[in-house]
Ligand binder design. Structure first.
Ligand code: FE
Ligand code: FE
Ligand code: ZN
Length: 280
């Protein structure tokens, strides 16, 4: 099982991310290579790539993931926003390729009242402007919770985006347990059913990354509020079953839970402990 968390690149860049992951006894990880508040990205040459990758190898840490900035919204009807998204995505592909990562997770976007169909069309247009076909990584579209005017809550929407893109080989999917449950996929009662549907609509070969989160809100709530593993509406048993499913064994499983309990949650999911410490 590849289990990791969303870790920081403060100060020493990738080296920080790997050291933090080691402290959680993780064997994969996810970073944001730039701030979600905007501004210029830190030069990628300052990320201590080689040192970090060597340390990662020593500790059996593999297949790290980058999450694209939340400021990228290719579904936006505003040309400035769309063009900014195209520019950042282009830049990130170069930066992430330099790091040697294989996955960039991206939120499909929000149509901001312009309608789902238009949103889907623009996302595909943006990807077509960016992708050259020879990239050595995958853009993983993340499945969303159904909040706001997000695009990509239903598997069919993700499939439509992919169908409109020229270089479909460069596209993959990142599922998010909190989002899927909120969007109305009952992965607690029937994860196999979800995978069957995923395979039919998108194709399981495109499932390359998963975000593992519990949810503060009930099934079908269309809200995006992550909770610690076992403390939310999905519950420990369901999440434990999901991460141990054969389909999930070779893909990076990334925690994006609150409260700095990554080490404990990783141990819990690996069956090395059975309780999260009481906090608050
Ligand atoms: Fe995300
Ligand atoms: Fe997520
Ligand atoms: Zn979320």
């Amino acid at each position: 099982m590849l289990l990791g968390a969303n870790v920081s690149i403060a100060k020493t860049g990738l080296l920080h991310a790997v050291e933090e992951s080691i402290s959680y006894r993780a064997n994969t990880y996810m970073i944001y290579t730039r701030s979600n508040r905007g501004g210029n990205a830190r030069p990628i040459e300052d990320f201590h790539r080689d040192e970090a990758n060597e340390l990662a190898t020593q500790h059996g840490i593999v297949d790290p993931v980058v999450h694209l900035s939340y400021l990228v919204n290719l579904a936006s009807p505003k040309p400035e926003t769309f063009n900014y998204g195209v520019m950042i995505l282009q830049e990130e592909i170069i930066r992430v390729s330099y790091l040697g990562f294989r996955y960039i997770v991206m939120h499909p976007g929000s149509h901001v009242g312009s309608g789902e169909k238009e949103g889907i069309r623009r996302i595909a247009q943006g990807l077509n402007e960016v992708l050259q076909g020879d990239e050595k990584l995958w853009i993983c579209l993340e499945t969303m919770a159904g909040d706001g005017s997000k695009v990509g809550n239903q598997l069919e929407e993700i499939a439509q985006i992919i169908s409109l893109v020229r270089y479909q080989d460069r596209l993959a999917v990142c599922m998010d347990t909190c989002h899927n449950y909120s969007a109305g996929y009952d992965i607690v009662q029937d994860f196999d059913g979800f995978l069957t549907q995923f395979d039919k609509v998108i194709g399981l070969e495109r499932l390359k990354v998963a975000h593992i989160n519990d949810s503060k809100t009930p099934f079908g709530s269309h809200k995006d509020r992550h909770e610690n593993i076992g403390r939310g509406s999905l519950g420990f048993e369901a999440i434990h079953r999901i991460v141990n499913h054969p389909v999930m064994q070779n893909i990076p499983l990334i925690l994006e839970t609150p409260g700095g309990l990554y080490r404990e949650e990783i141990a819990l999911l690996r069956g090395e402990t059975d309780l999260l410490p009481i906090t608050h």
